[in-house]
Design a protein around this ligand. Structure first.
Ligand code: ATP
Ligand code: MG
Length: 555
């Protein structure tokens, strides 16, 4: 991908100016996830933007874990995030960790106390909240606000030394309880939490709050442009205030609008609920909007990136459609998938005039879009499987597939004409009989005779058994939330989002099928082998069907 041309937006305009004016020589960005869950496609937007900008400007992008919340975080999440960013194709040295800066952050807090800009508050969380006021009413000063610097230094040291219980005290910035911006009303910098941290173990029993930690992390890493989502716009004055008081290197925070995708949700906390309550099999369930789910389903990383970059970067929140994402997935797969024949709902087709002992190998192009991918040989014999719905006994005039007396093409093979069917006692068609024209090998006729329909098939004797999973949208509603902040999205789960197809017949060449390969099952869609598939139990996930329904003009 050509990142120099790919990313042009109001953020890169700012960066261009900063380079021109000499404010910066090298651009440093960061992607700062909290390791409290698996990444979702919303994060991919932030990843593509931050790493993409580094590539565009030959700069650096750090993967930094914002690991300041030990109770919710763990090493499994850390590892999954590293894997996902790398899978998307972005490179970084080693990930960085906010927890590596805990000592520095503590020292900065001491500095802030010494400046008379922070104090230890004994009020409990509930009282602090009450005293904070509302959007229409100003807050009230804490009775502990005017402690002396000396006293605050001792109390803060005691907090660090584990002399108090969880919640007994906090360290707060001393800013302005009357500020119209609620974030500026003496925000909490540190809370007491006797919790084991996955990296610092039991060293700390006080942990920094997001607003305090984030700007320091950016400053310590010399980030030039700290790019975050719009909900942090109101936090920017606080971000700037801390860095100004401490007189340390001051990155510029810039906000952009987050990615929302129709028929799904984008919150690690809510996605975790789906996993914990077994609504999905795990974080990498192919119905999940997680990077790992999309990977398992078979979405190519380049298609995800192309989709993200096609959205642009702005300040208006909106919903992207799944069809829009699928458009890029199909575009990629059309060029990069191997065509094979697979029958998902089989019925036997017997070619009465084909010798029982005969067997041929017909040649088929691996990808009609790319001749360099060559040909494969597909076994053909007297008994084949075709799709049940490619035959109709009483076919309407415009039905061009198989029906009694009609001639169709067997893809890559011969013309056949259906003669009669065999049914079981309840009238269900069990076998379809036909005759073939041996002069139509390759699927075309020397006499120029045309057929309207072409159907795919699999030689019964050579077929390989497999299972297929077909996925639908995870939720029934475009916006799965009935109201804000609630877990009511559970009510809008699509109960039919997963369909198992267990009697699938694959063409003989699939004996060598690979987990790394993308397949188009002709006329059926794109498929990828599931990560849990094995030789004795082949399982394929449908990546996407073949129908493109994205209307470009609605972009
Ligand atoms: P979640 O609520 O899903 O946990 P978050 O914003 O708390 O999301 P972080 O781990 O803090 O998750 O996210 C790391 C970065 O990814 C942040 O800079 C955040 O702004 C960005 N990000 C998260 N969700 C989206 C989204 N839907 N679109 C774009 N960027 C996002
Ligand atoms: Mg979060």
């Amino acid at each position: 991908m050509n990142y120099k041309e790919l990313i042009n937006n109001f953020i890169t305009d700012t960066i261009d100016k900063d380079l021109e004016s000499g404010k910066h020589k090298i651009i440093i960005t960061r992607f700062p996830p909290e390791p409290n869950g698996y990444l979702h496609i919303g994060h991919a937007k932030s990843i593509c933007l931050n790493f993409g900008i580094a590539l565009k400007y030959d700069g650096i992008c750090n993967l930094r874990f914002d690991d300041t919340n030990p109770e919710k975080e763990n090493i499994e999440y850390v590892n999954s995030i590293v894997k996902d960013v790398r899978w998307l194709g972005f490179k970084f040295d080693e990930p960085l960790y906010a927890s590596d800066y805990f000592d520095m952050m503590y020292d900065y807090a001491v500095q802030l106390i010494k400046l008379g800009k922070a104090y230890v508050d004994d009020q409990d969380a509930k009282t602090i909240k009450e005293f904070r006021g509302t959007l229409t009413e100003h807050g009230t000063n804490s009775p502990f606000r005017d402690r002396t610097i000396e006293e605050n230094l001792i109390l803060f040291q005691n907090m660090k030394d584990g002399k108090y219980k969880d919640g007994e005290k906090v360290l707060r910035a001393k800013i302005d309880m009357h500020s119209p911006n609620m974030n500026m009303r003496d925000p909490v910098l540190y809370r007491i939490l006797h919790a084991h941290h996955h990296r610092t173990k039991n060293k700390w029993c006080i942990y920094p709050m997001y607003d305090w930690a984030h700007g320091l992390e950016d400053s310590i890493e010399n980030i030039t442009h700290s790019i975050c989502t719009l909900e942090f716009e109101d936090h920017r004055p606080l971000y700037d205030w801390f860095l100004k008081q401490l007189k340390i290197y001051h990155p510029q925070q810039i906000e952009f609008s987050r990615l929302n995708l129709e028929y799904t949700i984008m919150s690690k906390r809510h996605l975790k609920l789906l996993v914990d309550e077994n609504h999905v099999s795990n974080w990498d369930d192919p119905r999940m909007p997680t990077i790992s789910g999309l990977r398992r389903k078979g979405y190519p990383p380049d298609a995800i990136k192309e989709f993200i970059y096609s959205l642009g970067v702005g300040k208006n929140d909106g919903y992207a459609s799944i069809e829009h994402l699928e458009y890029f997935v199909r575009k990629y797969l059309n060029k990069n998938s191997k065509r094979i024949m697979a029958v998902l709902d089989p019925v036997k087709l017997i070619i009465d005039n084909y010798d029982e002992n005969k067997f041929e190998e017909v040649e088929a192009k691996n990808n009609p879009e790319d001749d360099s991918l060559g040909f494969r040989k597909v076994s053909f014999s007297k008994e084949l499987y075709i799709e049940k719905d490619d035959f109709m006994e009483d076919a309407p005039r415009k039905y061009f597939r198989l029906s009694i007396g009609k001639e169709v093409r067997l893809l890559h093979a011969y013309y056949i004409t259906c003669t009669h069917v065999e049914k079981d006692s309840s009238g269900v068609v069990k076998k379809i009989h036909c005759r073939y024209d041996s002069k139509t090998r390759g699927g075309w006729s020397e006499d120029g005779r045309k057929v309207k329909g072409t159907i795919h098939w699999v030689s019964a004797r050579h077929s390989i058994n497999a299972k297929v999973k077909v996925y639908d949208k995870l939720f029934n509603k475009m916006n799965p939330y009935d109201s804000d902040q609630k877990n009511d999205f559970i009510n809008n789960l699509n109960q039919n989002s997963l369909k198992h197809i267990n009697n699938v017949k694959l063409e003989s060449s699939m004996i060598n099928s690979l987990k790394s390969e993308y397949y188009q099952f002709v006329r059926k869609g794109y498929f990828k082998m599931d990560k849990d598939s094995d030789k004795d139990n082949l399982v394929f996930n449908q990546i996407v069907n073949l129908r493109d329904s994205w209307k470009k003009h609605t972009k």
